[in-house]
Every structure is written in structure tokens, then in C-alpha cells.
Design a protein around this ligand. Structure first.
Ligand code: EPZ
Length: 428
């Protein structure tokens, strides 16, 4: 398995362009299952999860073609292809495969989708996805590790309904939204997630002919239509990828300008960085973060948007190893998202975890070591810590990183870092 060899310490400096958002590109691909005409998606990040989702679409009869420069053309084909099934082999490597459930059910009247198992960061049930689809009239059951869903009367559509999510769930909101756009009648979805990626999905669906109000707020109203066409759509910038490089600037005492970003989507992070004493400037689609002096610790608690994102918790925790004081980092979204802590301790960090809160002592001088990545954002955290550590660090299992970061080593090298990918056999 590939690993990164990183020499530290380094001050990250320069400009880096944000890639398209993985967590917007995945539901956008799933939405192509609703289309009756080709859809062109630009600024698609070249990461493994996008390739896996494209393979799933191919299995379900939607052909994807690279048009170059990060643009994919998705052309709907035989509506019976793949028998409306998203197989375990594809969903097991990427939970977002569950996003095919709502569109398949709405467009074809039935769907069979492998239940995504748990993952490193938590149990992650999909009960709200299923309850939301049932509220639109679907018959839903779980059998043999698969979700089986269908519209009771063959040939009929889902029907508009009212549903309140028990908690703001990102892919839950996206799945039920994608089902509601082709339902007969009006649906009102409450306690929805408000992440920017949901607003982006609604923009794509609207360009395809859907009628949606309130995306990005906690209440979304959908007036169902009989059919959706095609569209051209540019994916929003990745606030998590961009935030990772900005945290890297602060952690290494560097000076980085993120280009082609959406500063508003990064607000929870930028406010926190300013609180630590880092210099934060925004101008148009640019965000500049520099940290000439010592930082101070600042407590943080993760929560659904617009509060501090859980997908930046690990990277922020690495930052707090360089800040003066004891920072309290609380994780409220996932129950098991501190697996990067023992690996940071291998680099010399001093962190105690009790329940859902980590206490990070700083500033601590880190030194290079062998560390192991356990999930996508934990691996980003270890890469950032390695950039600040004295000596050589080997970050193992970076296949986690490749799932969601486009050409990370090149981007870091362009900011002055010494990061080398050391090839190894592919993971199963
Ligand atoms: C999305 O996952 C993201 N993935 C995650 O990013 C991100 O961490 C998460 O939202 C939170 O922001 C994609 O968009 C593909 P949730 P999702 O449903 O939708 C509980 C990354 O690093 N819940 O909002 O799966 C759940 O267990 C990934 O890019 C239920 O109990 O997350 C969790 O505690 C990791 N029942 C909470 O809600 C349900 O039916 C929020 O999860 C659904 C969710």
C-alpha cells in the first residue's frame, strides 16, 4: 500500500487551488440516475470515490465519459440495467453508494441497494433515509444486507409527503430530496441538514427541471415533476480540502492563499483560526491564512453546518498541538472519530481523550515517526502533523487519503513541502 514519506519541519507558503467538493460530486453523480438526458458535471475531483461512484452508475446503465479538464458527461441508458441493484462490492468501499437508493426508487419504482456497513468513525445507520422514503409512500425493508424499496403500485410514482428527520443527516437529506423531486405532489422535509453540498445538489436538480425551495435551510419544500432532463453544472469548491491546506498554513507557521474557494462555506473554520491568532484574509474567491507568531489554543465543538465541521476536527486537533494552552476538542457528530489521537501521540503529541472530548496540550515539539492512517480525515491530520514534525515521517495506508484528496502530494510540494509517495501493492 502506498505511503507518504515526509520531511519536516516546513513552512507551507504559496497559492493552492481548491478542487471540486467530493461530497457535492457524489450526490451529483447519483442525481444522474434521475435524468432522461445527458448531464455534464465540471470541476469533478479526480479521487477514488468518484471513480467508484462512476462504476456504480455504469453498472446501473449510466455511461460516464471524461471530457477532459475535470468534466464528466453522464448519459442515461437502459433504465432496466443492473436490475436497479447497487451491489455490495461497490457500496462496501464507499458508503455514498447508498445515494443511489432515492433516485433509483423515484425513477424506476424499485431499488435494491446494499446496506452500507459501519465504518471506522462510527456505526452510521441509515434509518432516517429509509423512514424518509417510506414517508413518500415507498415500501421499504432490509433483507440479506440489502435495502429493498419499491413503489407499491407498479408504474405509479412516489407521492408527496411530510417528513421530519430525527437529526440533520447530510446524505439522508440528499437521498430523500432526490426521491421527492419525481414524486406526485408536494413534499415538505424538516430538520434537514444545511451543508453547502445540499444547496449545490438542489441547484443541479433545479437545472434538470426540479422545483425545490429552501435548500440550505432546515426546511425544504419540493413540488414533484413527472420527468427531469439534462443539465450542465459546476461542482462547488471543496471546503474540507481547502480547510485542510489553510490549517496546514497555520500549523507550520506558513502563509497560504487558497484560490477559487467559497469563503462563506469556510466561515466556521476561519472564525476559529482567527481566534487562535492566525491572520485570516478573504477577498472574492481567495482566502489567505498566515501564522507568523505563536498561536493560542481555542476550544471547538463539531456540529452540523453552519457550525464547525466534523470533517475538519482531526486536522484542527493537529493544529492545537502547536498552540499555547490546553484545547478542548469535542466531537458530537460521530461516536468514534479520535483514532488519529494515538498516531499523533507517536509523533510526540500530548492528548487525553475522555468520551467525546480530546484535551490537547501545546505547544508540543513533534518528531517524525511511522504512523498509520485509519480513515480519510485522520490521514489528512497525520500528513499535516508530519509537516510540522522534526525529521522523517512515514504515513502508511494513504489509500484513505486518495479517496478524497486530489493530487495531495503535488499540491503540498507546490507549497514548499517535501512529500514523496512511496508505492506499495494496491489494497484489496
Ligand atoms: C456526510 O456523511 C459526509 N459524507 C461525511 O463526510 C460527513 O462527515 C458527514 O456528512 C457529516 O458532515 C458525504 O457527504 C458523502 P450524516 P453522512 O448522515 O451523510 C447519524 C468525509 O470525510 N445518522 O450527516 O453519512 C449518523 O450516524 C465524510 O468526507 C443516523 O443516526 O453523515 C451521524 O451520527 C466522512 N441515522 C449523524 O447522524 C441516519 O439515517 C450525522 O451523519 C443518518 C445519520
Amino acid at each position: 500500500m502506498d505511503r507518504f514519506r515526509i520531511q519536516g519541519p516546513v513552512r507551507l507558503a504559496g497559492r493552492v487551488r481548491a478542487s471540486g467538493a467530493k461530497n457535492a460530486a457524489l450526490p451529483a453523480l447519483a442525481a444522474c440516475l434521475l435524468a432522461s438526458e445527458p448531464v455534464e458535471l465540471s470541476r469533478m475531483p479526480r479521487v477514488r470515490d468518484i471513480r467508484t461512484m462512476s462504476r456504480l452508475l455504469g453498472h446501473l446503465g449510466v455511461a460516464s465519459e471524461e471530457l477532459g479538464d475535470g468534466t464528466l458527461r453522464l448519459t442515461p441508458g437502459d433504465p432496466e440495467a443492473g436490475a436497479g441493484e447497487a451491489p455490495y462490492e461497490l457500496v462496501k468501499t464507499m458508503r455514498a453508494g447508498v445515494l443511489s437508493l432515492g433516485p433509483l426508487l423515484a425513477r424506476r419504482g424499485r431499488a435494491r441497494v446494499s446496506l452500507p456497513g459501519g465504518c471506522a468513525i462510527g456505526v452510521r445507520p441509515v434509518d432516517q433515509h429509509l423512514a424518509g422514503l417510506a414517508a413518500l409512500g415507498a415500501e421499504v425493508r432490509v433483507e440479506g444486507g440489502y435495502v429493498e424499496a419499491r413503489v407499491p403500485e407498479p408504474g405509479k410514482r412516489l407521492r408527496g409527503g411530510r417528513f421530519r428527520f430525527a437529526m440533520p443527516t447530510v446524505t439522508g437529506t440528499e437521498n430523500v430530496l432526490m426521491a421527492a423531486v419525481l414524486a406526485a405532489g408536494t413534499s415538505v422535509l424538516e430538520n434537514c441538514a444545511r451543508e453547502p453540498e445540499i444547496g449545490d445538489l438542489a441547484r443541479l436538480l433545479t437545472a434538470m427541471g426540479a422545483r425545490i425551495e429552501g435548500a440550505g435551510t432546515d426546511t425544504i419544500t419540493v413540488h414533484g415533476v413527472a420527468e427531469l432532463g439534462g443539465a450542465r453544472h459546476e461542482i462547488i469548491p471543496d471546503r474540507i480540502e481547502g480547510g485542510t491546506y489553510l490549517i496546514g498554513a497555520a500549523l507550520t507557521g506558513g502563509d497560504v492563499t487558497l484560490e477559487d474557494a467559497e469563503p462563506a462555506d469556510l466561515a466556521p473554520l476561519l472564525e476559529k483560526l482567527a481566534e487562535t491568532g492566525a491572520a485570516v484574509e478573504t477577498e472574492g474567491t481567495r482566502v489567505r491564512v498566515s501564522a507568523p507568531g505563536e498561536l493560542s489554543s481555542a476550544d471547538v465543538e463539531t456540529a452540523p453546518h453552519p457550525r464547525f465541521p466534523t470533517d475538519l476536527q482531526a486536522q484542527y486537533l493537529a493544529l492545537m498541538t502547536a498552540a499555547r494552552g490546553v484545547a478542548s476538542v469535542s466531537e458530537t457528530v460521530f461516536e468514534n472519530r479520535f483514532q488519529h489521537v494515538p498516531e499523533l501521540a507517536r509523533l510526540g503529541a500530548v492528548i487525553e481523550v475522555r468520551g467525546g472530548t480530546a484535551k490537547v496540550h501545546g505547544p508540543t515539539a513533534l518528531s517524525g515517526a511511522y504512523v498509520m492512517a485509519t480513515d480519510l480525515r485522520a490521514s489528512a491530520c497525520l500528513v499535516l502533523a508530519a509537516l510540522a514534525a522534526r525529521g522523517e515521517t512515514l504515513v502508511h495506508r494513504i489509500y484513505h487519503l486518495d479517496r478524497g484528496y486530489e493530487r495531495m502530494e503535488e499540491k503540498l510540494q507546490s507549497l514548499g513541502a517535501s512529500v514523496e509517495r512511496v508505492a506499495g501493492p494496491e489494497p484489496d
